[in-house]
Design a protein around this ligand. Sequence first.
Ligand SMILES: *Cc1c(COP(=O)(O)O)cnc(C)c1O
Length: 404
Amino acid sequence: MATNNSYVSQGMQTTAIHAGAEPDSATHASSPSIVMASSFVVKDATTPFSPENVEEQEAFFYTREGNPTVQRLEKKLAALENAEACAAFGSGMAAISALMFYLLKPDDHVIMSDVAYVGAAELMKGLVPSLGIKVTRVDTTDLTAVQNAVLPETKLIHIETPCNPIVRLTDIKSIVDIACAAGAKVSVDSTFATPVATRPIELGVDFVIHSLSKYLCGHGDAIGGAVIGSRNEISNLRDLVIHLGGVISPFNAWLIMRGITTLPIRMKAHEDNALKVARFLEEHPKVKRVIYPGLPSHPQYELAKQQMRNFSGMIAFQTSEPLSIAQAFAKHLKTIHYAVSLGHQCSLIYYVPTDEILQTSFALTEAQVNSYRSYAGDGIFRFSVGLEDAEDICKDLDLSIAKS
Ligand SMILES: *Cc1c(COP(=O)(O)O)cnc(C)c1O
């Protein structure tokens, strides 16, 4: 896909700060203001509403159709992904569901990673097939299986890399090759990777999805989502979004934009901390297996080095007696929060029992279940390593495990 981005020639930290943050033309304010207005005064009664007018900032009408603060966030995200355009949403799930509604019609077929964020997995197991759309869940690390799943009506291959919760990777370039040959599009949920690690558009992907609630916001205080792609596709998608209505609040857009200004610096710190914590866990007598793309023990370490410029801060690990350790974590952790979500400044850990998640969220074949179990055992801890001092994180884990 053609990219149209003046930010490519500069470093990512400069882009993270400056893209979409041009001084306000009216006030010359050096940092972006929040425009909370729901309506905009129309100067010429004959100006028709059009997404193009909004995109060109010629006329805003109503914040569901476009908002100056949200537009700044969209510009920043497109620049970071080296893409032409972005549409922001009220959550990551709003972004995923809008993309599915945009691309898929009854009798179309979609191939999706068998293991994915539970909300996306449940959407593709429930509502999407109920609309007459065929969904095939495939272990996307197995490229032959992906190839074999292609049908004449396959419109989309949707992958998540690294995937939630087991931090397994998918080879983006190979998936793009399969999709190109099949005439299908590719979307990548890049929430765990962030644009600091991987820019899927540069690998030929059509759509990148982010839950902005995670690393992009980075501070655990705003929920948002985004779909990023070509100007033409995003403009068409936006026409639909106006009717689906899952828009982001300008205040949340502003918080997320503020968070993004330090994204490359934070990701470096998350990676440094995660590597230290992963090595500590590998040595811990109660820990059976650690899955982290920055460790040579990750089964896809070679792919990780090739596809990820930063290994991010997400670790999955198995322990002996996981239930009593989960209880001890919930009761005794002080620095780390026993809570869902990820990518915050604060470390977050949560236990994901295998049987339960297989039942509620994934509809897998026996081979896929075995593959999931090879990563997760009977249950895994999903650990988002935060920005506290690594020594304090390790000590917190160690003391709590000792009380299990
Ligand atoms: C959290 C998450 C989502 C959903 O995002 P929300 O902002 O919570 O709706 C989607 N994909 C991945 C990989 C996630 O981790």
